[in-house]
Design a protein around this ligand. Sequence first.
Ligand SMILES: O=C(O)CCC(=O)C(=O)O
Length: 267
Amino acid sequence: MRASLIQLAVADDEPAAERRARAAALVRAQQGADLVVLPELWALGGFATDTWSAGAEPLDGPTSDAMSAAAAAAGVWLHAGSIVERDPDGPIYNTSLVFSPSGELVHTYRKIHRFGFDSGEAVAMGAGQEIVTAATDFGTLGLATCYDLRFPELFRALLDAGAELLVVPAAWPARRRDHWSLLARARAVEEQAYVLACNTAGTHAGVEQAGYSVVVDPWGRVLAEAGAGEEVLTVEFDPAEVARTRQEFPVHRDRLLGIPAPVQRTP
Ligand SMILES: O=C(O)CCC(=O)C(=O)O
């Protein structure tokens, strides 16, 4: 299969509508790919918290419309990264959108782990409550977003739900680029799954983004890695490698499903 990760640059001086049109054109240009991936919150900016309330949109809003049309025009599965979702009955969410090659919105995932500790997303957004996998022609996608990458238990739950390709859109800052690259490989090795991690480039809201989107195979080998700037990272690989790796090196068979309780020792 062929996957294209669109490592979009997000800058404060580009209006969301223009970036939406630019992203849609880049998706259309990926005709021939099986899967196209965009980063997290690319329309408004993952750190542009001041814009989120006014720019939040419903699941059938402008980003969704543009991405649906682009997926259908290119005939690709599209993980369109995430939007600031306006839920009419609740808070805003960081919600990922997956479109089928006919342009239908088939899956959504609300980011579970919100970044920012006592500020930013952690305060402004609601937390997702559901593990989401998406069955496609080439295997089952497991959905996670940015900061989620730091929580291995989420990825273990995705494994148990059948995930074979872990797709992680992000707005990961340059300051912690080493963590990004290390954790993407760690999740691939742990779950014996492909990791397709699509980051943002550029600087917005004063936060320089790392770029360095990466595709890792189930053995932990980096198949392709982007640089720091905007680029489309295209890679071909065999999804059947997941089953082969799990069969040849069946480490999951040795999981202790009931971890023994810690022993309390008195000195
Ligand atoms: O965990 C990190 O270092 C970055 C996370 C982040 O930027 C996010 O989730 O938006």
